[in-house]
Design a protein around this ligand. Sequence first.
Ligand code: R5P
Length: 280
Amino acid sequence: MIVAGSATQGLAAELAAETGRALTPVSYEQFPDGERKVQVTATGDRAVVVASTISDGDWVELLQLQDALAEAGVEHVTTVLPYMGYARQDQAFEDGDPVSARAMARAISTGTDRVITVNPHEEAVTEFFDVPTTTLDAAGRLATPLDELTDPLFLSPDAGAIELAETVRDAYGRGAVDHFEKTRHSGTDVEIEPSEAAVDGRDVVLVDDIVATGSTMSESVAVLNAREANNVIVTCVHPLLVSNARLKLARAGVETVYGTDTIERGVSEVSVAPAVADVL
Ligand code: R5P
């Protein structure tokens, strides 16, 4: 059976269809004091919980889903974390900091036999789980909606995401790959330094793992516009799109933005369900 977290209902349904497994009825409630409660109608002894942890409430809900399955006597639980929140806090950056990703991973490990994550921000976070963990790279699926491109350049905003850009290029079948350099001054203030790559008249596909505030992508687009790129497409695995991110991208002149359904937004055009189904 497939058991959906409330933030990941669409992907859970896709995965059920992809694998032929039953989509379990679940209800989600929130009490007036803010506490959450789920109710699961478990039907079988093996479960796959599919729950992105975008908000703190999603983490609580995931623990509750796992516990409800234990209560129902389910013998084997796989937890799919399509988007793992707190993965960017993968170390104690300053004295007194927690390793938040580790704390979250340990909590989740108590209620599952296996974990599957999709493009975690840092691969190293998988070592924090106390159960076998599989990491999926869904970036190749981002090539699916791309039509005929003119002299395409697949570009990442920093060196850390160049492998994602390469993966999308390989899946598309042709094109060059390059990266900008990024300096982050604060949560919303980033500086982008262009590469030498010629972009004049080319279609540019910007690729990153996450678009959060949209600062990284809107600054990258500004550089490309100034250098007369033909068409700029913004794509990412996890379209977090917090606050006014979508507006920032629109104001930067971006017409096409899309990501996967690890986070369910209006731009979540590509499903990772086939990739998850392959490793279940
Ligand atoms: C950072 O290293 C990530 O790969 C993304 O570039 C970052 O999360 C994007 O954040 P924002 O949209 O807030 O600039």
